[in-house]
Design a binder for this molecule. Structure first.
Ligand SMILES: [Zn+2]
Ligand SMILES: [Zn+2]
Length: 397
């Protein structure tokens, strides 16, 4: 067994011949470029690409396989340069009924072992989605129904960014996943935390104690790949091995989650849509402290405070460590050119964030910025929380 790094939530912007898949994502974010970025710059060994049910993307994948640069394996996944296993996935938005009678919506990450499986899934889902070629489209079914279709094509379902206010189970639909999945809840063995939450927040909900937590980037551009990732103990890179790790089977497991300090996420605290400001008062903030308006976007921190059923956030013993990382783009005074210089010098952003010494970094960026990068690593920087779709930031001291 050995350690690998996995980022299981990467979008596609356009296909190779420029057909739009996710409008808000970068054009350069295509299947082939993602594979290259993971191998050449990020040191990622398992990449979940979650726009693979689009027939246009399927064409790209077939072409990519035909070049001979990549091949499918029996245990599931596409191997590229013998270093990267690409997991074919699809993010589906389901429609849920809420206790208040309104419709909720939630994102689901569905992963499949083989191209043929996701092709079958894509065909069947096109009956439930009006435009199957685009990313993360709304389906007319609930997750309770979706999971049967996913399993029919040998896949697994993982609730995506489980607490975000607009499109997630805890953020928009329910206070308990068990109410959504009912007797099928045992099929949900992992959830994705999302950028605005971390292990310690999520472990305040009892039903999650036995579930694996994933930290993924939800990247909409190449540089954002691996801004969150998982370190996994595994025997080989394949779909089958990944599923075992998520299920904590036969010694396979997540051994560490690397993620943003959740304060930096876009939805960490409640945001007033009238005053256009993030409210950092005592959680849960359910209305504005200035104008009293309830026209707010509820923060993940506030939402968890509202629905938690545990008094402390003591994680179960088997829970892996969650290591905060502050990506270089968040460091004040650090521009693109300098980031390029750093990565060219030290190989990957992870090396810079976690491994290189002050002296190494100082040689490239000078004393002041090097100090900030080291202070970020030590968790010593003061952060302003994000909210309402705006990232948090490192305070200028
Ligand atoms: Zn999503
Ligand atoms: Zn207000």
């Amino acid at each position: 067994m050995y350690e690998v790094f996995a980022d299981l939530h990467i979008h596609i912007g356009r296909t190779k011949n420029n057909k739009p898949i996710k409008i808000t994502a970068a054009r350069s974010l295509n299947f082939e470029n993602i594979a290259k970025e993971c191998v050449d710059r990020k040191g990622i060994n398992i990449a979940g690409i979650i726009d693979c049910a689009s027939p246009y993307v399927i064409e790209d994948i077939e072409e990519f396989l035909n070049t001979g640069e990549a091949y499918e394996i029996e245990d599931g996944g596409i191997i590229y340069k013998d270093k990267l296993c690409i997991i074919l996935g699809s993010e589906i938005e389901t429609s849920e009924s809420r206790p208040d009678g309104k419709k909720g919506c939630a994102h689901n990450l569905c992963y499949f072992p083989h191209l043929n499986d996701i092709k079958g899934f894509s065909k069947e889902m096109s009956k439930h989605i009006s435009n199957i070629t685009l990313s993360s489209q709304r389906a007319d079914i609930s997750a309770y129904e979706l999971i049967d279709i996913v399993e029919k094509y040998n896949g697994i379902l993982v609730p995506a960014h489980a607490f975000t206010p607009h499109k997630s189970f805890y953020g928009h639909c329910t206070d308990r996943l068990e109410k959504i999945f009912k007797e099928k809840f045992n099929k949900i063995f992992a959830i994705e935390l999302g950028l605005s939450a971390d292990t310690y927040l999520a472990d305040q909900i009892t039903e999650l104690e036995s579930r694996t937590f994933l930290t993924n980037s939800d990247a909409h551009s190449l540089p954002k790949i691996a801004r969150e990732y998982n370190k996994i103990m595994i025997k080989d890179i394949s779909f089958l091995e990944l599923v075992k790790a998520l299920r904590n089977e036969e010694g396979r497991k997540i051994i560490c989650n690397y993620g943003l300090d959740p304060k930096l996420g876009k939805y960490h605290r409640t945001y007033c849509e009238v005053c256009k400001k993030t409210i950092e008062g005592k959680a849960p903030v359910t209305k504005c402290d200035t104008c009293d308006s309830k026209n707010i976007t509820m923060g993940v921190f506030d939402r968890i405070e509202l629905i938690k059923d545990k008094k402390n956030s003591k994680s179960p013993n088997c829970r892996p460590q969650y290591i905060y990382q502050i990506p270089l783009t968040f460091i004040p005074g650090l521009g693109w050119k300098t980031i390029e210089k750093l990565i060219n010098q030290f190989g990957t952003e992870m090396n810079i964030l976690h491994k290189m010494t002050f002296d190494d970094i100082e040689g490239v960026v000078g004393d002041k910025t090097a100090k900030t990068i080291i202070r970020a690593r030590e968790g010593k920087l003061k952060l302003d929380a994000g909210g309402g779709g705006v990232y948090g930031k490192v305070c200028n001291e």
